[in-house]
Write a protein that binds this ligand. Sequence first.
Ligand code: ADP
Length: 898
Amino acid sequence: MIATDQHSDMLPLREAAALLGVHPTTLRRWEVQGRLGAQHLGPRGERFYTRQDVLRLAQARTERVRESQRAVVEVARAIGGSLDLHAVAQTVVEEAVRVVGSNRCAIYLLNAERTMFEPLAGIDVNDPESAEQLFYPTPLPIDAMPLLRYALDHPEPIVIEDAETHPLSNPELLRYFKTRTVINVGLRRPDGLVFALMPFVWTGEPHPVRDDDIFFAQSLARLAEVALSNALLFTRHEQERTRATIINDVVSDVNSGCNLNDTLTRAVSSLVQQLHADEGCIWLVDSEVQCMIGAAEAQTHAASCIGATLSIAASPNITRVIAEQRPVLVSRAEALGDEQVWLTLFDIQAALYVPLLTQGCLVGMAFVNYVELPAPLHADDLHFAGLLAAQCALAIERAQLLEAERARAAELEAVFEAMTDSVIISDLSGRARSYNGASMRGIGAEDLRDLAGRIKALNMRHPDGQPLELADAPTARALRGEVVTNMELLCDAPDARTQAMLCSSAPIWDASGQMIAVVTVSRNITDVLAERRARLALAESYRQTAAELEAVISQMGEGVIVVDRSGLIQLCNQYAAQLHGGANLEGTCYGQGQDYQMYLSESSASEAHALPFGRAMDGEIVTNAEWSVCRADGSLVILHGSASPIVGADGERLGAVVVLRDVTARRQLEDEKDQFLSIVSHELKTPLTTIKGLSELARRRLSRGASTDDVLHNLRTVARQVKRMEHLVGDLLDSQRLKTGVLPLSLAPIDFRAVVREARERACALTDQHTIELVQQAVEPLPISADMGRIEQVLDNMLSNAIKYSPQGSAIVIELSREANAAVLRVRDHGIGIPIEGRERLFERFYRGANVVGNKYSGLGIGLALSRELAQRHDGTLVLEATSPAGSTFKLVLPLVL
Ligand code: ADP
C-alpha cells in the first residue's frame, strides 16, 4: 500500500493523463520516448508519475501550445491579407517547420489530370537557401507512391514514423523524401476533395512523432487549406479575369478594325505569357499556294518568321492540327518536314500548334514555343488558347474582308474617276454630294460650290430647242422616284458650242426602301450624233444607189439573177422572172423551181452543176453560154448569157451572178433563115435542073436533026419551069416589097366575079386530077376597087394551094357570094388539112405546116403571108375558115364598091 502523503506527490497513469489532457497511451509513448519517468508503486505494479514531472510536462506543454498557438495566429495573420498563392504557401511552410519542428515542409498541388502532385512551396531548415528551388524539385507521380494515392482519399494526417516499415511506404517514397519520418496532411477544398498535400518531414533517423506534432501539423494544414483555397480561387479568378481581358482586348481590336499585325502581335504575346511559354508567332494561310506566311511574333529569341513561308503539305503535324481543329503540343522530336526546320531555327523543344479557325475554316496558325519541353498543358490553358485563336481568326478574316472591301472601294473609286461619263450623286435636296472628274470637266465647273451655277449656265434644252423646265430635268424627275433613261438634251458647252447630252438618272434606295440619293449619269454624244448623222446620210446614199441599181437591174433589157452560196436566189429582176415563167423566184433554189426546167440541150433537163450558174458556183467564169428554160406552160425560151462567181473581199465565194437574154426569136429567125435558104435553093434548083436538062436535050435533038415538035415540046416545058422560077422570084420580091412597104397598088374598079372566073380557068389548066367547081350565089356584079394583078395573085395562090395540098386529086369548090357590102370568096379543098400546132402561124412569112415540110410539097411559105397582106391592102381579110384532115377552107373577103 502506498500512504496518501507518501503518494500525494505521485499521480496514477489516468490522473496524470487527465491532467496533461492526453490519452493514457500517449503517456506510455512519452515514457518510451523518455520524456517522463514512471514508478511502479501499486500492488499490481500500476504506473505512477511524480506530480512534479507531470506538472512540469503540463507546463512545458502549455507553454509550447501557447507558443505554437501564437505562431499559428501569427501565420494566420501573415497570410490573412495575402492572396498570392506562392507567397501564402511559402509563409505557411516556413512557419510550419518552426511550429511543428520538422526539418522540412512543402506544399504540392494536385494537377488537373489528378496524376501528379506538383511542387508549390517548400523549405529545408537545414539548408534554407534551397527553398528557392524547392528541395523536391520534381512533381510527385501519384501512381509511384501508395502514400499519395491513399492521401487523395484520406485528408486526415498520415503518420509514417519509419518509412522502412510503414505499409504505405515504398522505396520511391524514401527516394523522393529522403527520410524515414513523414506526417502527411491532405489539404481539402470546401467540397471535401483533396487538392494539395502538405508533408512535414524529419530527415535522418526516424523521429518519434508526438500528438502535438500531429496536432500542429494539422492546424497548420487547415490554415494552409483555407489560405490556399482562397489564393487558388483568387489566382484562378485573376487568371480568368486576365484571360477574359485579353480576349476582350482582341475582340475590341477586331471590332474597331485595328491594324491586323498589332492585334496578332498582342494576341500572340498574351498567349506566350498565359501559357508560360518562351515565344510565339502567328502564320497566315495563303490558300492559293497552300502555304502559311509568318505574320506576327512575340519574344522571339532566335529566328524571325515574318514573311517566311511554310508549306502546309510538307508539315504533317500542321495537317493533323487542321484536321483535328484543336490545339496540339508538338515536341521537336515529333516535328517533321518544314515545321521541323522551323522548330530547329527557332531553337525550341516544343510548340503548341493552335489553329486559327473561323466557321471551321483555317485562316492561320499560332505557335506557342517552349525552349524547354514543358509539362503537359492544362485544359484551361488549351481552352484559353482556343478562344484567343478564334478571336485572332476573326480578326484575320475581318482584316481580309476589310482589305477586300478597301480594294473594291479603291477599284470603284478608280473606275468612278476613270469614267468618261459624268456621274453626279445628289442628296435628297438635289445638292451634288459627290461627283467624278468627268462631270466637272463636262460642265466646266471647278468644284461642287459652283456646280449648281454651272448647270444653270448650261442652258439645257430639248433636242427641238425648247427650254428644259427645271422640274423636267432628269435629276428632278429621279428625286420624284422616276427612273429616267437616255434622255437626249442639248446644252451650251463650256466652250459655248452646242453640245448634245444623253442623260440618265435614277433614285438610290437603302435596304429599307428609303430613297437616300439620286445618281445622274450624262454622256456627251455630240460626236456620236454627228457620226450617226453622217452614217444615216451615207446609208441613205447607199440606199439610193441600191434603189437605183435595183431599178436599173429590174428594168434592164437583160435578165439578172444573183444566187447566194447555198444556191438560193437573192435577186431576180423582172426580165429574168418573165423568162422563167413570171414566178417570183427570189428565195427559191435556182434550177429547182417547179415552174420551169432548165436544159443545156433540148433533150433533157440538166443537172445544176452543168448549167452556167452551177459552174459559176464552182468558181468558173462562163461566157457566151446558151441554155434553155421550159416554162410551166410548155413554152421554151432559149437563153444566152454569162455567169460569174461572186467573190468577197477576203476571197470567199459568196455565190454567183447570171446575166441572161432571151434569144428565142433570134434563134428562130436564124432557123427560119436556114430553112428558107434551103427551101429557096431547093425550089430554084429543081426548075433549073429541069431547064438545064431540057435545054441540053433540045440542043442535042436539034444537032441530031430531030423534029421541031419534039424540040418545041422541050422548050415549052423549059418555058413553064422558067415561069415557075419567075413566080418564085416574084413572090420573093413581093414579100420583100411588102416588108419594106414598097408594093404600089394601082386600083381600078373591077367586077370580082370576072376575076374569079378567070382564076378558076387558070387553075383548071394547072391540073388534070382535080375538078374545080365555081358555086356562085351572087348573080349581080360584085364591084370592087382593086389592083387587078394583085387580086389575081391572091386567088391564084389560094387555088394553087388547094390543088397542091390535095395530092390525091379531088374536088375543089370555089364559093362566091355577097355578104352585106362585101364580096366573099371561099376555096374549099379535100386535101391534107393543116395540123393544129402552127395554125396561128400560117400567115407568117416562110412558115410552112409541119405536115408539108420535108415532104414532096414544094413551096416557100410566102404565098399566104403575101395574100393576106394584099387582101388587107384592099381593106379585106383572108382567113383559114376551117380545116381538118379531110380538107381546108380559106375565106377571102373584099369590100364592094357601091
Ligand atoms: P407554100 O404553099 O409555098 O408552102 P403558102 O404561104 O402558100 O406557102 O402556104 C403556107 C402553108 O400553108 C403551106 O406550106 C401549107 O402548109 C399550108 N397550106 C396553105 N394552103 C393549104 C391548103 N389548101 N391545104 C393544106 N395546107 C395548106
